[in-house]
Design a protein around this ligand. Structure first.
Ligand SMILES: C[S@@+](CC[C@H](N)C(=O)[O-])C[C@H]1O[C@@H](n2cnc3c(N)ncnc32)[C@H](O)[C@@H]1O
Length: 345
């Protein structure tokens, strides 16, 4: 177990050159070429030391305390699983020729289309830098750090270059690397199926928009162990590629509260920026869609028949059309087909 002095040395050796934007809470760790050359080796060694530090304390340091899910994988389970796992596949830099990542006022970095993209086109296919189980008992910084120390220097650079929010104000990113890793993870991780959540450095540059304001959708393909991003609409060269971070069938106030809390920004997407009367109409549509989905669930409980269920799907489809919210057409069509098949007798 490292001594206090060794821990201190390990912490001060790690100096991700974190630049805090003055205007907001969003922060981005930037590694300039020179900085990184100097720090790459130190980061690898120090991350390993910190990994050791975090795995060898009885309990996490107070500053690393994070909400612990009641149920989930224990650290012992996780360690055993990591040991069992075949050597991890190296991260392959994906083809990102459909977009370029640049600074976007008020949003940090974002992805801009480098050419016209057709609805339905594949925009990105990316494997994870790493994944961890969704539900972990105890301190989630531990499995995150455990995965980070297995990465190459370049992969660590890709991770630590990602933006983050909700990093405790009283901590220093240079001195609290595990906590920094947690903030980066929480700001950028996406679900890879029911049990895991992962980091995809290119996909992580996609900013958020609500209901009709997003133009790309992503999906985890377990058989390919890849995340795929497709255009939901035609996207013109120079337009920003925008995904959505949440179920946006909520009112503007509810969406903004969620996004502020989890992603640290006040949403001013095209839908959130509507004048109050139009925003109210949009809220009403989204609330109606949500309650229609609740009604639709009654079909699964055999409380409504197939004809009623299909009628609800029609209504949802029509209202989503009015809202310009087209991302659910696939699942609505599948539901309708499922109902038809179930009642075919
Ligand atoms: C997954 S990252 C997206 C890429 C990020 N902008 C960057 O610089 O790497 C999520 C963060 O991006 C910012 N962001 C995403 N969508 C935004 C939006 N519509 N308006 C303002 N900031 C946004 C927030 O700071 C959020 O925590």
């Amino acid at each position: 177990m490292p001594t206090q002095a060794e821990r201190k040395r390990a912490q001060t050796r790690v100096k991700p050159n974190v630049v805090a934007r003055k205007s907001g809470k969003r922060k981005s760790s930037t590694f300039g070429a020179f900085t990184w050359e100097v720090l790459a080796f130190a980061l690898l060694i120090a991350a390993a030391s910190l990994g050791y530090h975090y795995f060898n304390q009885d309990k996490a340091a107070p500053e690393a305390a994070t909400p612990a899910p009641a149920k989930g994988v224990t650290q012992e389970d996780f360690n055993a699983k990591v040991k069992e796992e075949a050597p991890r596949a190296p991260y392959t830099i994906p083809d990102t020729s459909a977009f370029t990542v640049i600074e976007i006022p008020g949003k940090g970095k974002g992805a801009i289309a480098t050419r016209d993209i057709k609805q339905g086109e594949l925009v990105l296919r990316e494997g994870p830098l790493f994944t961890i189980p969704k539900a972990i008992k105890g301190n989630p910084t531990e499995p995150i750090m455990q995965k980070i120390i297995q990465l190459t220097g370049e992969e660590q650079e890709a991770f630590f270059n990602l933006s983050y929010v909700n990093f405790p104000e009283h901590l220093s990113p240079q001195a609290h690397v595990a906590q920094l890793a947690l903030a980066i993870f929480q700001t950028n991780a996406v679900s890879t199926g029911p049990e895991e959540v992962g980091i995809f450095p290119s996909m992580a540059r996609l900013n958020h928009g609500c209901s009709s304001a997003f133009n790309v959708v992503y999906m985890w393909r377990p058989e390919e162990q890849s995340l795929v991003v497709h255009a939901l609409k035609d996207v013109k060269k120079g337009e920003e590629l925008i995904t959505t971070y949440t179920n946006t069938k909520k009112t503007r106030d509810q969406r903004r509260a969620f996004l502020q809390q989890h992603y640290g920004f006040h949403c001013t997407c095209a839908v959130c920026s509507l004048p109050d009367d139009l925003s109210k109409a949009s809220d009403e549509r989204l609330t109606t869609i949500s309650s229609l989905y609740e009604k639709f669930a009654a079909w699964g409980r055999e409380e409504i028949d197939g004809a009623e269920a299909v009628e609800i799907i029609r209504q949802i489809w029509r209202i989503e059309d009015e809202e310009g919210y087209t991302s659910e057409r696939g699942s609505l069509s599948a539901d309708a087909a499922w109902i038809a098949a179930s009642h075919s007798e």
